[in-house]
Design a protein around this ligand. Structure first.
Ligand code: PLP
Length: 410
């Protein structure tokens, strides 16, 4: 029997207990069970409301259930949801055109999750190295940065430097070189005639919102151009408005050869990712060489097109810049009052809490009890990434709650 209000029949505590024996333990979520959401706010099973200051790791840049995105999804659900790429569908051309135009690149390879976009880019870069650059078969290398996060597949964890992500999952895929992030000399020393690509995050999200020095991205562009290899920017978390620009590389006016999109591209509704690249790069793929049953499905394409339409207005990038000033000012005022330091760009911040006040986890739990949802990254760092639709009032409230939690200690 269903309840008219749509409320769950079991309490939060019961639902958390029910997960334990049947759900893989690869996550350690905060003890909140969300049942409904709208905009920047979510509501748990008991009807308690929380301000969502994580936004699905930027998958919810437009907030929960943005009306334009929900409408696009509903409209498409009533028409066509899946064809596979065995046939064309009437949504894909417009989606690819809009993503290419948004990024200033030429061609789009639609996939589903972020990790799939990264995997696909690794394959494309290798093939490009053999066919276009002339690297001897089987010798292509890809240079990546330490403390990267690009996803969870076996190949991707092969070039992770996080032991928790790797331990027990070998043997690993060869062909990667790791250099320190934000170190152009090390990058320069690592690229050679075997290098297919340099793959980096313009801002390292999972590492704690680590922003490289001004000029680093321009430097990466120069080094890759000189070495005749591809510059692949993983904008899966940093892209699509989060930093106050459509892409984070725009802060340095850099155009990579390949841009990876995901997370917010699906509007918080369906997984949608894409490898976007210059024609010369994506052209190396020919029929049968790569694919995905769900990649480019009409529902994903309709939602993804609606996401691009929202971004074309520039409204969300502007909001991220304006509210970003509030966020930065609010955090600056907390330095020395429980905050050791922070890094912020647009509506995205990594905040290092004084470890004496508690771990990032403990601070996150205290904030949760006060109605604010955030996530810790490493040690005593928490990450703030609210929906770009958050109001100034809600953002001020969140900063005020952070201040009081820090004053009391976790
Ligand atoms: C989240 C993320 C990924 C992986 O995306 P999934 O959809 O979780 O596979 C890759 N790169 C970056 C920078 C990310 O933040």
């Amino acid at each position: 029997m269903t309840v008219a209000t749509g409320r769950s029949l079991r309490s939060s505590a019961e639902l958390i207990r029910a997960e334990e024996p049947v759900l893989a333990h690869n996550y350690h979520p905060l003890p909140v069970v969300v049942a409904r959401a709208e905009g920047a706010w979510v509501e748990d099973v008991e009807g308690r409301r929380y301000l969502d200051m994580l936004a699905g790791y930027s998958a919810l840049n437009f907030g929960h259930r943005h009306p334009a995105l929900i409408e696009a999804a509903h409209r498409q659900l009533d028409q066509l949801t899946l064809t596979s790429r065995a046939f064309h569908n009437d949504r894909l051309a417009a989606f690819a055109e809009s993503v290419a135009a948004l990024t200033g690149l030429d061609m789009v390879l639609p996939m589903n999750t972020g990790a799939e976009a990264v995997e696909s880019a690794v394959k494309v870069a290798r093939k490009w190295a053999y066919e276009v650059k002339g690297v001897p078969d089987g010798r292509a290398t890809i240079v990546v940065a330490a403390d990267n996060f690009h996803g969870r597949t076996t190949t991707i964890v092969s070039f992770s430097t996080d032991e928790t992500a790797r331990a027990g999952f070998g043997p690993f895929t060869p062909g990667f070189r790791v250099v320190p992030y934000n170190d152009l000399a090390a990058l320069e020393a690592a690229v050679d005639e075997t290098t297919a690509a340099v793959l980096i995050e313009p801002i390292q999200g999972e590492a704690g919102v680590v922003i490289p020095d001004d000029g680093y991205l321009r430097g990466v562009r120069k080094v890759t151009r000189r070495a005749g290899c591809l510059f692949i920017a993983d904008e899966i978390q940093s892209g699509l408005g989060r930093t106050g620009r459509t892409l984070a590389v725009e802060h340095e006016d850099v155009v990579p050869d390949v841009v990876l999109l995901g997370k917010a591209l699906g509007g918080g509704i369906v997984p949608v990712s894409a490898v976007v690249a210059r024609r010369e790069v994506l052209e190396v793929l020919r029929p049968g060489e790569h694919g995905s049953t769900f990649g480019g499905n009409p529902l994903a394409a309709a939602v993804g097109s609606a996401v691009v339409e929202l971004l074309e207005t520039g409204e969300f990038q502007r909001r991220a810049r304006e509210a970003g000033v509030l966020l930065r000012d609010g955090l600056s005022a907390l330095v020395g009052k429980g905050v050791r330091g922070f890094r912020a760009r647009g509506l995205w911040a990594g905040v290092d809490i004084d470890p004496a006040l508690g771990t990032g986890r403990e601070i996150s739990e205290s904030l949760m009890r006060e109605g604010i949802l955030v996530k810790d990254t490493h040690g005593s760092t928490i990450r703030l990434a609210p929906p770009l639709t958050i109001t100034n009032e809600d953002l001020r409230m969140a900063l005020g709650t952070l201040e009081s939690v820090l004053r009391k200690g976790a």
